[in-house]
Design a binder for this molecule. Sequence first.
Ligand code: ADP
Ligand code: MG
Length: 267
Amino acid sequence: MEIIRAENLRHIYKTASGEKLALDDLNFSIDAGEFVAIIGTNGSGKSTLAKHFNALLKPTAGKIFVNELDTSDEKNIWAIRENVGMVFQNPDNEIVAAIVEDDIAFGLENLGIEPSEIRRRVDLALENVNMTPYKNFSPSKLSGGQKQRIAIAGVIAMQTKIIVFDEPTAMLDPQGRREVLSTIKKLHVQGLTIILITHFMEEAATADKIFLMERGKILKVGTPREIFSNVKEIKRLGLDVPVATELSARLKIPKTILTAEELIAEI
Ligand code: ADP
Ligand code: MG
């Protein structure tokens, strides 16, 4: 079942130096429960698209619907934001409280939810991101990956059906990246719709579907295997492919390989 649909979605930024076409008449849909990765070089329009999913930006032309709600209609904004949570690159910009559990409760308190229900949701969210032992910690004492998981817990506690991640692992070390990716995958298994913008092709390779963006357009939509089948084309666009894909291409393995496990099995 379709949960997001874009129809000729266009976004133009107006600046002092002129106009910038950032999204060029996009048409696509995303099904409920799907895990979509969005890849593309810097400036291709990924973050602009992310901000349309929860009406942080309004289309210059065309439309985008979330749960059949038109994002350009003011009266839909709160209902849309109840459906779509956002996680950005830098958790330091998202963490507001001095204690982990207060930070997760923050959004709920603002909605006027009862204390017992807040307690229940905060505990569940902490559990979900494997951070229960840290509930009384100061976020400043946590690693980047832990902070990002607290930011994700804050979104989980809001019980949105869709979570959009805009390069959530870009500032993390490899360990932090693994923690955050496994949290994202767990949420997908639980039935949430996941949209993950990433520069890490190993992360994109775990999605159900990839949107490949270039200069404000979605150049290609396909499974990771379809998208990474043409290594030359991806490289020509200035992007990488997963390391195992690269190696298998050099070894002239005719199949498209996505992971180290697949490569080992093939050899
Ligand atoms: P990405 O996330 O893929 O790097 P963005 O969506 O941030 O791409 O940017 C798409 C294009 O829009 C780029 O050319 C960028 O310079 C431009 N852009 C992004 N934000 C603004 C803004 N606030 N004002 C003007 N131009 C912008
Ligand atoms: Mg961006």
